[in-house]
Design a protein around this ligand. Structure first.
Ligand code: HEM
Length: 324
């Protein structure tokens, strides 16, 4: 019997054509430093290094100066602060991706978001440890102290987002519902900011600066929504947004200080130009917000000059990418 070579049938050819393209090395779900193609990703490694930065700083501070009289409380503050930083970074991914014409950036949003959840889980666990694991007391404190109630609602929200951050959950919920759910990140960040302001006893300069950055991100989002097209807002619009949010930061800061210390808000506003550039901590948060906005404007100008125009992305592909 001879094994004569036979020509492939039309259906066999179709099956071959439908075969998925060859993939890179296999990747286990926990290997977050590998990209979707299974290869080592420099961007993901940078994101992981960023997430570990607070640990490195804490180890350095501990070995050089120690954590003070209440070490657990010190670490509660650190974890809370960095959770907020990571939340804002996750929110900044889309504007930076669009303005910097750097689509790959979306690849690290999920890592940063899940990182934020890990830090907040540590923040809460340390609080429980600080209360000597007395869960009854923890529950009553959360119910009685408004800043803890607000923090707890934000924590639950972040837990829900972390639990639904997998590809499987994106498919299960459907892209529209998943996106609507994950819009809650803005509300969660707002609650976290209120919690931050409420527990800050003296100088509110840092929370005000963080609130100004958050205001810029909200402003950008509203701009994109109002313009109702997928094109990037022009550079002058980003400039106007940055100046407007800077002015708003000054006004809100002046009103807040005026209310708390019973002074004239005009007097507080007058101090805006009283800056000693040799002492960074005398620079008012409004100027720092303007500085951050101008950096974004500079990125936009440079990328407009040198980057290739953005390619339109199909809706489902954009949703799957934004879920990553
Ligand atoms: C997403 C949720 C939360 C975020 C983003 C967050 C963030 C923060 C931030 C930024 C600070 C101040 C850090 C600093 O001073 O540099 C802080 C302090 C603190 N947070 Fe949270 N927090 C959250 C939830 C919670 C929860 C659920 C609890 C406990 C039930 C809690 C308890 C505390 C405590 C006890 C402090 C220190 C207050 C003090 O020393 O007087 N936080 N948090």
């Amino acid at each position: 019997m001879t094994l004569a070579p036979t020509l492939p049938t039309e259906s066999a050819l179709a099956a071959l054509r439908a075969k998925p393209p060859a993939r890179g090395p296999l990747k286990a779900p926990w290997q977050v430093w590998r990209g979707a193609d299974g290869r080592l990703s420099a961007l993901r490694l940078a994101a992981l290094a960023f997430l570990l930065l607070p640990v490195a700083i804490a180890v350095y501070d501990f070995t050089t100066a120690g954590f003070g009289a209440r070490p657990v409380n010190d670490v509660i503050h650190r974890t809370g602060y960095w959770t907020l930083m990571f939340l804002l970074t996750a929110l900044a991914v889309t504007p930076l991706r669009r303005i910097g014409r750097f689509n790959q950036l979306v690849d690290i949003r999920r890592i940063i978001g899940v990182g934020a959840f890990i830090y907040i889980a540590a923040h809460f666990s340390l609080y429980v440890a600080d209360q000597k694991f007395d869960l009854g007391k923890v529950a009553s404190e959360i119910a009685l102290r408004l800043y803890l109630t607000i923090g707890f609602v934000a924590l639950l929200g972040l837990a829900a987002l972390a639990a639904t951050s997998t590809d499987r959950m994106v498919r299960r919920l459907g892209s529209k519902r998943w996106q609507r759910l994950h819009q809650a990140i803005y509300l969660i960040a707002a609650l976290a900011l209120i919690h931050y302001f409420q527990q800050t006893k003296a100088d509110v300069a840092v929370p005000t600066f963080v609130a100004g950055l958050f205001g810029w991100l909200i402003g950008y989002r509203l701009l994109v929504k109002l313009r109702n097209n997928r094109d990037e807002p022009p550079t002058w619009v980003l400039l106007v947004l940055s100046v407007a949010i800077c002015a708003l930061t000054f006004v809100c800061e002046a009103i807040g200080i005026a209310l708390v210390f019973k002074v004239s808000p005009w007097m507080v506003l007058g101090l805006a130009f009283d800056v000693d550039f040799s002492m960074l901590d005398t620079i008012r948060p409004g100027w720092l917000v303007l500085g951050a906005g101008l950096c974004v404007v500079a990125v936009d100008l440079i990328r407009r000059r040198f980057a290739k125009p953005r390619r339109a992305t199909s809706r489902p592909a954009a949703v799957m990418r934004s879920a990553q």
